[in-house]
Design a protein around this ligand. Sequence first.
Ligand SMILES: NC(=O)c1ccc[n+]([C@@H]2O[C@H](COP(=O)([O-])OP(=O)(O)OC[C@H]3O[C@@H](n4cnc5c(N)ncnc54)[C@H](O)[C@@H]3O)[C@@H](O)[C@H]2O)c1
Length: 344
Amino acid sequence: MKPFKFAVAGCGNIGKRHVAVLDAEPRAQVVAICDIEEEKASKLADLYGYFPCYTQYEHMLDETDADIIVVATPHALHAGMTIEACNRGFHVLVEKPMALTVADCMRMNEAAYKNEVKLWVVKQNRYNIPIRLAKEALEQQRLGKLLMVKCDVLWNRYQGYYNDSPWRGRLKEEGGALFTQVSHFIDLLIWWCGEVEEVSGYLDTQQHQIEIEDIGSAILRFNSGALCSLNWTTNVYNKNYEGSITLIGEKGTIKIGGKYLNKIEYWDVEGFPLQEGIAYTDKPNAYGKYQGTSSNHDKVVSAILDQLGKKGRDTVDGFEGMKSIQAIEKIYANIRKYATANYL
Ligand SMILES: NC(=O)c1ccc[n+]([C@@H]2O[C@H](COP(=O)([O-])OP(=O)(O)OC[C@H]3O[C@@H](n4cnc5c(N)ncnc54)[C@H](O)[C@@H]3O)[C@@H](O)[C@H]2O)c1
């Protein structure tokens, strides 16, 4: 079978990872890349040595014979670039967050539907080993009714992380930490607990010179009835401390922890013990001075290729991807009014 052709927009931290993953996947072929910073694209093209690079997205779309466009640019560009690619008949894999508003997500889904192309959103944490184990327990109703969930994203981002970027830390371009550091966690919470029905909480900007929050705490009630305390910060001293979700059900408790949901830290489930000898092999995305979340982008790509090859449907489409944006929009709408003085 001929490989599926990919063109990647954005050659920053995660664009590079996409190119590496696609280069290593025998069913995929990178046929073009683009970045408004010419050097970033040309360096990456030189590294792999076999694809053309562009500085203008539209120009790349005009010329490429790709099947799938990967959108790996800053958040605020996801909607426009996705819609443009769909309107020209390409399938799209867009990085998280799908967009910064639900209205944009709807426009993206409409463009994909109207043009009969596929739209997927990168949610690579769904493939983490501990997430798969917990999901299996939940699907088999092993925890009984889910009562309470606790989610902590306690990470470090140094001031230069924001200063060195034209979009990070800016309200219009980044939207808030829920879209960046917390969106994978929110995706999992709503995947498991249902829609967010009620929200209260607080935000603040304590340690960074930025327009968005660097700390937040929210209480959520899901339509399943489960209560959730969600705490997030980029203020942790020196390095990431924890990225965890604790599930408390009638018949069991599971804590998925580590720094980025990469370990089972506690498992006590009636009649459903944790398997022995699990190798926790999920790795983080490493970006020099800071670490992101799991690097299972290869599994995302593999799943969409399976789907295109009509072998599987283990993917996150635009409707599923929109759910976390709905939750984030609701959380911010409810708690921004209580934000403390430093925060806009
Ligand atoms: N799935 C994940 O865990 C994960 C991890 C990292 C980043 N991301 C997402 O990927 C996106 C990019 O993040 P990043 O860390 O790579 O950011 P980055 O700033 O390192 O890279 C973004 C790149 O896009 C380029 N760019 C900007 N405007 C462009 C345009 N109009 N056309 C082409 N290129 C353009 C920039 O020059 C830059 O090289 C963000 O939305 C982020 O949330 C997801």
